[in-house]
Design a protein around this ligand. Structure first.
Ligand code: NAP
Length: 495
């Protein structure tokens, strides 16, 4: 039911119906972005799917114009209007200054789910070319260490907050099961570091397990994330859908693309309740930008995901088939995947794909792609059930632990608190539990418990003021008490 316009502009008319137009925001991006986005746009247009592309800017140029978000308001308005975008990579300033424009876009549109398919393609050389890998990595996209909340606590000690919410875990778990349902997949694996980060990663594990009960037809399992990395290399075929928190998913999805042939062929999508942004896993690859040698496959496959999202299933299948045929023929492939030293340019490869539209590859098999359920769970706050039992205060001091403890204990006593322990990087150093802790950095976590129930706000402020007069405090954390759940971690060695 499709009409294809091939490279030579000859038209295969298979349908006389002109379908409804889709409005799509198109962001070429930085580095190789404009080259690979233009390739994908040409191929999508050649299927005759009716798309009104709305060209928009974001990234390097916007940063250079002094826009600290890297995303102009016209681009935000366009995505808001169209709810679908195809985006090239955006360069991120490293180590200082502006925030990532990619992260800004994800947050602005609350695209909480990042989807990265990992699939073996015939004709692509990789250490796993003889395997039949076909998995989807579902990565939480807006929380975790990527909230970007960081502080230098001392000139030598930095802190990044890992923020995980139960809603975030619930949304991403539902999305993973929804993807499994929409594509007829059988199993969802949740990979976490819950054995170490029992509260944050543990929340992901616990939430996943309760969401899994709502999908009895789909097998579910939990695996520790480092073992998941190992298993992905040892036996990748065992995975169908893997769901993870943000950083774990970021790292393991790149591992996934490495399994099947590299960043040049790894597509992705960012889904939220109100918008979907499709983009390759790779970045702007500045070293090959402007040379007409970048592989456009990852962005073309991202546009295939976009077409499925728009309900244009035939066009999506046609492009996927044309890619399979082109890559398997092995001619005019870009340098990163070419089986011979004679490589094609981005443009030549694109033209081959366009010429092969309408062909079917014998190893390509059809999957169902029913509409994804993208509703996020409502934010319903739990009734407050915590009471304060004390505070952790972090100090920047090189005072030896025994001396520090003596002074802090005396002050705490006068304020109605008890110094329970001092820890350095999570290990108790007062009271001494043995070991070699003398080389600890001058950054101490000191735990104060109120002696008589819950302290009032002014009692906490009084404690901080008195301690602060002696030692420089850098960070304060409330210790909450709950009858049912653990609400703060103990230091190694703490009773
Ligand atoms: P990268 O741009 O993904 O490039 C890493 C290497 O992968 C390239 O040097 C190139 O290898 C290869 N590569 C990537 N895409 C390719 C393609 N389409 N065809 C052929 N080879 C490809 O990663 P990076 O160098 O770490 O990041 C560069 C910039 O992109 C940074 O500013 C980063 O913040 C940004 N970034 C943006 C996004 C995004 O917009 N979603 C994602 C990741 C990174 P060879 O050098 O071997 O040719």
């Amino acid at each position: 039911m499709l009409a294809f316009i091939n490279y030579n502009q000859s038209i295969f008319i298979k349908s006389k119906f002109i379908a409804m137009a889709h409005n799509v925001t198109l962001i070429p991006g930085d580095g190789i972005g404009p080259e690979v986005i233009s390739a994908a746009q040409k191929i999508v247009n050649a299927t005759n799917v009716n798309i009104n592309w709305e060209l928009c800017e974001a990234g390097k140029k916007s940063f250079a114009q002094g826009l600290t978000t890297g995303v102009p308001s016209e681009t935000i308005a366009s995505i808001k209007r169209n709810t679908v975008a195809l985006k090239g990579p955006l360069e991120t300033p490293i180590g200082h200054g502006g925030k990532s424009a990619n992260v800004t876009l994800r947050k602005l549109f609350d695209t909480f789910g990042n989807i990265r398919p990992v699939k073996t393609m015939p004709g692509i050389k990789s250490p796993f070319q003889n395997h039949d890998i076909d998995m989807i990595i579902v990565r939480e996209n807006v929380e975790d260490l990527y909230t970007g909340i960081e502080h230098m606590q001392t000139p030598d000690v930095a802190q990044t907050l890992k923020l995980i919410s139960s809603w975030g875990c619930e949304n991403i778990s539902h999305l993973a099961f929804s993807i499994a349902q929409s594509q007829g997949r059988k199993k969802v694996t949740c990979a976490t570091k819950a054995n170490i980060m029992k509260l944050s990663e543990g929340m992901m594990k616990r939430t996943f397990e309760s969401v899994a009960e709502l999908y009895p037809d789909i097998e579910s399992e939990h695996i520790i994330v480092d073992n998941c990395a190992h298993q992905m290399v040892m036996n990748p075929e065992q995975f169908d859908v893997i769901v993870m928190t943000n950083m774990n998913g970021d790292i393991l999805s790149d591992l996934g693309s490495g399994l099947v042939g590299g960043l040049g062929i790894a597509p992705g999508a960012n889904y939220g309740e109100n918008a979907a942004i499709f983009e390759a896993v790779h970045g702007s690859a500045p070293s090959i930008a402007g040379k007409n040698i970048a592989n456009p496959t990852a962005v073309i496959l991202s546009s295939v995901m976009m077409l499925r999202h728009l309900g244009e299933l035939d066009a999506a299948d046609a492009i996927e088939n044309a890619l399979y045929v082109t890559i398997d023929k092995g001619k005019f492939l870009t340098e990163d995947i070419s089986p011979t030293p004679i490589c094609g340019t981005t443009e030549q490869f694109t033209n081959q794909v366009m010429n092969n539209l309408g062909q079917t590859h014998n190893k390509w098999s059809k999957r169902s792609h029913s509409k994804l359920k993208l509703q996020s769970v409502p934010i319903v706050e739990s009734a407050p059930s915590y009471s304060t039992e004390g505070v952790d205060i972090f100090f920047h001091t090189s005072t030896p632990p025994q001396t520090l403890a003596k002074t802090l204990s005396n002050i705490a006593q006068k304020c109605g608190f008890l110094l329970k322990m001092i820890a350095n990087r999570g290990v108790q150093i007062y009271p001494d539990i043995g070991g070699f802790t003398s080389k600890s950095p001058p950054h101490h976590q000191c735990r104060f418990i109120y002696k008589n129930g819950s302290p009032t706000e002014s009692e906490i402020v009084k404690l901080v003021a008195h301690l602060g007069a002696e030692y420089s405090w850098t960070h304060l954390e409330r210790l909450q008490n709950s009858q049912n759940t653990e609400t703060y971690s103990k230091a190694q060695g703490e009773s």
